[in-house]
Design a protein around this ligand. Structure first.
Ligand code: CO8
Length: 258
């Protein structure tokens, strides 16, 4: 599919952004292909997505600077909205999305990774929001998601200073959950994804929804979101099988996503 390769490994869908000559930088066509890849996922079968970049150097080296260099104010705002809408679609995608960051995750690359549920990376990865060094602000969610993930003081330091950080610092800050060698990264991502995919899919989806939506509202409203999705699980076959298996002291006989 153009700039995004897609394959499946059991219940896991693997998307690889493939524009290595520009370190997988995001122009409009790459963004469109990412959106199309998500739109094409068969949610009746696939339970977790892994998003990575082609090659061993870069996840995504940002939005395409050449394409942005001549934009007007209106075009800049429209391009920001174009990317933001797609990243928001990823953030609210019904099933978990894991970013396997295999190198540079700069500007729009870091913003793309931050739209995913979980980030793991290779030891050569580098993260940052270098936009102010280019005369722009982060524009695909970086002014919003970075502070929510690592805290406002550290986020401001990175954004104002256009300071890139290496994998070990990203791990210390909680921007990534784990760091692997380049060779170990995809096996680790697949293991993580499979560990999610083996659980009751509707319960996993409902957990994502409750955590995402609950973080946007106050605790009184948040806890009601949890009560609703919790209750919904009791209408599923997988809840019956999960609890019956426990009571019968046997393993679950494959959750059905029903
Ligand atoms: N855009 C376009 N092309 C790029 C980008 C990019 N972001 N990054 C790398 N490339 C291209 C290079 O131009 C080069 O192409 P060519 O071979 O034709 O000259 C090729 O990829 C290889 O890159 P380098 O030769 O530079 O490779 P190095 O290993 O020397 O350096 C770096 C790697 C450090 C990653 C370096 O390429 C770099 O600094 N890239 C830019 C990183 C950056 O600043 N990213 C942020 C961009 S701004 C952004 O993402 C804003 C998002 C929100 C937009 C909202 C719009 C309104």
């Amino acid at each position: 599919m153009g700039f995004v390769d897609y394959e499946e490994d059991g219940y896991v869908g693997i998307m690889t952004i493939n524009r290595p000559q520009a370190l997988n930088a995001l122009n409009k066509d790459v963004l469109k292909d990412i959106e199309a890849a998500f739109d094409a996922v068969d949610l009746s079968r696939i339970r977790t997505i892994i998003l990575t970049g082609a090659g061993e150097k870069s996840f995504v080296a940002g939005a395409d600077i050449a394409a942005m260099s001549t934009m007007t104010k209106a075009e800049g705002e429209a391009f920001g909205k174009f990317g933001n809408d797609i990243f928001r679609k990823i953030e609210t995608f019904p099933i978990p999305v894991i970013a396997a960051v295999n190198g540079f995750a700069l500007g729009g690359g870091n913003e793309l990774a931050m739209s995913c549920d979980i980030r793991i990376c290779s030891d050569n990865a580098m993260f940052g929001q270098p936009e102010v060094g280019l005369g722009i602000t982060p524009g695909f969610g970086g002014t919003q998601r970075l502070a929510r993930l690592i805290g406002v003081g550290k986020a401001k330091e990175m954004v104002y200073g256009a300071r890139n950080i290496k994998a070990d610092e990203a791990y210390r800050l909680g921007l990534v959950n784990a760091v692997y060698t380049q060779e170990e990264l995809m096996p680790a991502a697949k293991k993580l994804a499979a560990g999610i995919a083996k659980n009751a899919p509707i319960a996993v989806r409902n957990s994502k929804k409750a955590m995402n939506e609950g973080l946007q509202v106050d605790m009184d409203q948040a806890i009601v979101i949890e009560e609703k999705v919790f209750g919904d699980c009791f209408e599923t076959e997988d809840q019956k099988e999960g609890m019956t298996a426990f009571l019968e002291k046997r393993k679950v006989d494959n959750f059905k996503n029903k």
